[in-house]
Design a protein around this ligand. Structure first.
Ligand SMILES: C[S@@+](CC[C@H](N)C(=O)[O-])C[C@H]1O[C@@H](n2cnc3c(N)ncnc32)[C@H](O)[C@@H]1O
Length: 216
């Protein structure tokens, strides 16, 4: 089973017996996409975009890549601040992600239908990334995959900045659900330096925004 096959099942619909129904992630994306059921997700995206802007990073012509982007809600609010940015994203299913995406982003984003670990492993030099974003995404992947993703980021891809909006506390961890929530260690060694950090406005005791800059 390849990485894509391993992970995509987690984000499919389940019936009342807990059996997977292959809806290509449609139900999940309709809940978390551009028009999320929980207003809080829109607030989170606006907060994320403002955090990058407060660090003066949203400059013309830069390349921003969001891994596990779903309906690109975060990128939509970044685009509201600066329309001259190039956007890239990946997620497990293009059709369901695009159904939950604003037309503006559909027209703008270069989207890869690919599991994040496979994408990062086979990235080659698709694009020179100025800012890589992971928002509520790596927390759903097993530690072993995240360690490997970070290793490739540090040694091969080297985005200039990495922004994590993830679970940074053991509080809120949960393993016994369809999509687990895991507090990873995010070891950037001396390759990246933490340059800004902020507790999130929603669930701030558990979630933070952390901005890392490539050191060398
Ligand atoms: C909670 S949503 C977050 C979506 C978006 N980043 C945001 O902040 O609203 C988690 C996303 O990760 C995606 N995902 C989960 N496992 C994945 C994997 N192995 N590769 C790529 N995307 C994955 C899901 O399909 C979903 O879109």
């Amino acid at each position: 089973m390849n990485d894509y096959e391993k992970y995509k099942g987690n984000f499919l619909k389940r019936n009342y017996m807990g059996e997977l129904i292959n809806d290509n992630g449609l139900e999940y994306q309709s809940r978390v996409g551009h028009w999320p059921e929980a207003e809080q997700l829109t607030d989170n995206s606006i907060e994320l975009a403002n955090f990058l802007n407060s660090n003066n990073l949203l400059q013309d012509d830069i390349n921003i890549f969001e891994i596990g982007s779903g309906g690109c809600r975060n990128l939509f609010y970044i685009n509201k601040i600066n329309e001259n940015i190039n956007f890239f994203a990946n997620d497990l299913n293009k059709e369901s992600s695009f159904k939950a995406m604003h037309q503006i982003m559909k027209d703008k984003v270069t989207f890869y239908e690919e599991d994040t670990l496979s994408l990062i492993k086979n990235f080659n030099s698709r694009v020179n990334i100025n800012i890589l974003i992971s928002s509520d995404h790596l927390m759903h992947l097993p530690e072993i995959a995240v360690v490997e993703i970070l290793e490739y980021l540090k040694t091969e891809i080297k985005p200039k900045y990495i922004l994590l909006r993830e679970l940074f506390s053991d509080l809120g961890q949960s393993f016994n659900r369809t999509w687990p929530k895991i507090h990873h260690q995010y070891d950037f060694g001396n390759v990246y330096k933490l340059i800004d950090s902020k507790k999130c406005q929603n669930n701030g005791e558990q979630y933070s925004l952390k901005l890392y800059k490539l050191e060398n």
